[in-house]
Design a protein around this ligand. Structure first.
Ligand SMILES: [Zn+2]
Length: 476
């Protein structure tokens, strides 16, 4: 029923639920006096559709015979000239415009373009398809023009458009369009680029709100879902898929068409806590994942026991609330959508609480209510350090005259354990040597007024900045 009546498929009412309100209008991006002002919009807010109808084939042909390259053309700086005719990306011919047309250039600048390209690469990452931004010239390639307004090619009311693709096989070199003047929202543009380019391969619309082939929102961030979804545009009106059947699985379709990508297993780095860090119950765990793919699961385990397993970002955790004093192994394991695993571990130390009257085991000192290892332990309070990562406290403080040492803030009243002095301004830091005894006297009898300290709080970032000025009197 919802079938295109012409080679350019008819647009379909999106029927989108109310989501984000239309955003503020943006100023023209300085692409010349003729440039239309780009808008900050979403399909439900602004009343345009994400794209118009494409179709799918019943079966993908065997690999080969068509390109695995999608050229994202930003039409900068001067816009793109598109000539009406048989679809051919190599010669900028398209079946969609009725006359030779100029599409305005991408209006949102370099950073937004890079973000869009990154998003499209992530979206197609599971498949053996390359997203390029340099014109492949006469080499076979699919192409999406990203710029201008639908009116530039005699359309209206759609963020994107793809030509009719017959069932039964992929036609190479098919160009599609996304009209970037309509919105600056990366996720929305990325969704449209994915939908239009995939229409050119033969994918239909589905009623899966996380898949780019849908009209449904939210969310605006879409990735191809390895899940069969009913074909259609509105939840209330599922329909037969264009090339037959009631459902479509975009993911298996693209895998069957292009083959799976050969990306490595996800790279996992635990950024917090650092190796050797002192932790307490509920300590935060942060992770950096090096991958273009979606994660199936990212899980935190402590001492081999899973604490939390997350299936969607953000992948940030807290350690167990109850943590016995002593060493612990923190491990994060990531499983991507293909089932490939990556993991990382760090060893941390949970500090014991101080006993009555601040009692701690030998070699430890009571500070901040916890028994911290002293300067003789690697990374202990007062141990020599180069960066925060060298210190259990994560804090390496540099001075001009006295080198750098692992520090922690003094207790209230500028108190430090025996063998340490509270130095610096404000709450101060416990520094090896001397004994502040709460009186504020620094090592060697220096007054606090002499000291300006730098806090090296960042892990691995060194301890720049705070330097104790040399005392003029001492040099004179
Ligand atoms: Zn569409």
């Amino acid at each position: 029923m919802l079938r295109p009546r012409s080679r350019l498929a008819a647009g379909l009412a999106a029927g989108l639920a109310a989501g984000l309100a239309a955003g503020l209008a943006l100023a023209a991006a300085g692409t010349g006096p003729a440039a239309a002002a780009p808008r900050t919009g979403t399909p439900d807010g602004d009343g345009w559709k994400v794209g118009v109808f494409g179709q799918r084939r019943v079966q993908a042909p065997a690999h080969g015979g068509f390109s695995r390259v999608i050229y994202m053309n930003d039409c900068r700086p001067g816009g793109c000239i598109v000539v009406p005719g048989t679809d051919d990306s190599r010669t900028n011919r398209s079946s969609i415009p009725q006359q030779t047309s100029q599409l305005d250039a991408w209006p949102h600048g370099d950073a937004a373009w890079a973000a869009l390209v990154r998003c499209v690469r992530e979206t197609y990452a599971p498949f053996d398809v390359q997203i390029v931004t340099e014109d492949p010239g006469q080499a076979s390639h699919f192409e999406v023009f990203v710029g201008g307004d639908p009116e530039d090619i005699q359309l209206e009311g759609a963020l994107g458009v793809a030509p009719f693709v017959p069932c039964g096989g992929i036609i190479d070199n098919v160009p599609t369009f996304v009209f970037a003047n309509l919105t600056d929202q990366t996720d929305v543009l990325c969704w449209a680029v994915a939908q239009e380019t995939a229409h050119a391969f033969g994918l239909d619309h589905v009623l899966l709100r996380d898949d780019p082939m849908t009209y449904l929102v939210p969310p605006y961030r879409k990735r191809f879902q390895n899940q069969a979804g009913a074909c259609g545009e509105e939840l209330a009106a599922p329909r037969e898929c264009w090339c037959g059947g009631d459902t479509q699985n975009s993911y298996t379709f693209l895998t069957a068409t292009f083959g799976a990508s050969e990306l490595p297993a996800p790279g996992v780095t635990i950024t917090t806590p650092h190796a050797g860090a002192w932790v307490r119950g509920g300590f935060p765990v942060q992770v950096a994942l090096d991958t273009l793919l979606e994660m199936q699961e990212v899980a935190l385990a402590v001492d081999g026991t899973t604490v939390t397993a997350l299936t969607a970002p953000p992948f940030a955790f807290n350690g167990p609330a109850d943590l016995a004093p002593g060493p612990h192994a923190v491990r994060v394991r990531a499983i991507d959508q293909r089932g490939l695993e990556g993991e990382a571990s760090v060893a941390v130390l949970a500090l014991a609480a101080c006993g009555a009257d601040g009692a701690c085991a030998a070699g430890h000192h009571c500070l901040g209510g916890a028994c911290v290892p002293g300067a003789s332990a690697p990374g202990g309070l007062g141990a020599t350090c180069a960066t925060g990562a060298d210190c259990g406290s994560g804090q390496c403080t540099a001075t001009v005259d006295d080198g750098a040492a692992c520090t922690l803030p003094c207790d209230d009243g500028r108190r430090c354990p025996g063998g340490y002095a509270c130095i610096g301004d404000g709450a101060g830091l416990c520094w090896p040597g001397g004994d502040s005894g709460g009186c504020g006297a620094a090592r060697g009898g220096r007054g606090l007024g002499d000291l300006t300290l730098a806090l090296g709080l960042g892990l691995g970032l060194g301890a720049p900045g705070l330097r104790r000025p040399r005392r003029r009197a001492a040099r004179a």
